[in-house]
Ligand binder design. Structure first.
Ligand code: ZN
Ligand code: ZN
Length: 134
């Protein structure tokens, strides 16, 4: 059993969940990309009964008939996804965890929707900090 804690960028929303994460994945679907502004979103799944918000009140957006996404109304951090098709599960954005290394992605989901340049990212130059002013 693992106690996972996390929250949003501004600190208004905090959450915790206890259990063993599963379905750790990197999702490339267009909905996840637009919901976050990121090229792909790392998710993990926790038992819904073990998940709770410990501070703040997130905003809920219905991204489909079945899906509900929660995010911080102050800073916009994407936090959770829940689907009525999977009533016992809550998906958490791995990057909102305090310790994202506890639940690394194990596969890619919706890989056929990935941005075409995503698969070449490992070839790019790596800078340890922000680029120098030009
Ligand atoms: Zn926030
Ligand atoms: Zn997705």
């Amino acid at each position: 059993m693992t106690l996972l804690t996390g929250g949003c960028l501004c600190g208004a929303i905090r959450y915790e969940a206890e259990g063993d994460p599963f379905h750790e994945t990197l999702c490339h679907c267009e909905t996840c990309r637009r919901a976050t502004g990121a090229p792909a979103v790392a998710w993990l799944t926790m038992p819904r009964a073990s998940f709770r918000f410990t501070s703040g009140t997130p905003t809920t957006f219905a991204s489909s008939d079945e899906g509900r996404r929660r995010f911080c109304p102050a800073c916009g951090t994407a936090l959770t996804f829940e689907s009525s098709d999977y009533p016992d599960e809550t998906d958490l954005t791995a990057a909102s965890l305090d310790h994202p290394a506890l639940a690394p992605p194990r596969d890619h989901t919706w890989s056929n929707s990935a941005l075409e340049w995503f698969w070449t990212l490992h070839r790019l130059p790596q800078r340890e900090k922000a680029p120098p002013d030009l």
